[in-house]
Design a protein around this ligand. Structure first.
Ligand code: ADP
Length: 162
């Protein structure tokens, strides 16, 4: 059985991530979403909040599991016995960074195969950071994130005066 991980910050999870995850779950026996605890970028949501939002968003897909990790992605992959790593690629934003990361990861864990999914056309422009920016300024984010995520973004805005 082929196990894949789909690592990321998921701050918060968007329909772009959900699209990639559900497509990947059709290909692999099990897909483990790895929510990275401390990415090197400012976070809006705590680890627990990011986990909870991702779990709720993907609760209907039985072969998806959501876990956190705080070490190297390749060590997380080894620990959960994954043979593949899934990432999403948007037109111009992602390729160079993904390529560099893939080169490094293949040195650290050559057996881990990288599988990239092209972002669906309707989500090409969608990123968590853009999402947070639009939400902060009171823009309409429906159709881009599930309702429970939109609600969490609205609440953060109230609490943090984002
Ligand atoms: P990271 O901090 O690792 O980039 P993200 O949560 O931003 O974590 O993204 C996780 C993965 O999902 C990355 O491979 C990213 O390119 C991909 N991704 C993000 N948004 C989209 C989208 N709209 N469509 C497809 N893939 C996406």
């Amino acid at each position: 059985m082929t196990i894949a991980i789909y690592p990321g910050s998921f701050d918060p999870i968007t329909y772009g991530h959900i699209d990639v995850a559900t497509r990947a779950a059709r290909l692999f026996a099990k897909l483990i979403i790895g929510v990275y605890e401390t990415p090197g970028k400012p976070l809006l949501f705590s680890l627990e909040e990011r986990l909870e939002m991702a779990r709720r968003a993907l609760t209907d897909v039985p072969n998806i599991e959501v876990r956190s990790f705080s070490d190297l992605t390749v060590d997380f992959a080894r620990r959960v016995k994954a043979q593949a790593m899934v990432r999403g690629l948007r037109v111009s934003a992602d390729f160079e960074m993904e390529f560099d990361m893939a080169m490094m990861n293949s040195r650290l864990y050559p057996e881990l195969e990288l599988v990239c999914f092209m972002a669906s056309p309707e989500y090409q422009f969608l990123s968590s950071s853009l999402m947070k920016e639009v939400a902060k300024l009171g823009g309409n984010i429906s159709g881009l994130v599930p309702e429970h995520v939109a609600e969490a973004l609205r609440k953060k805005k109230g609490v943090n005066k984002m």
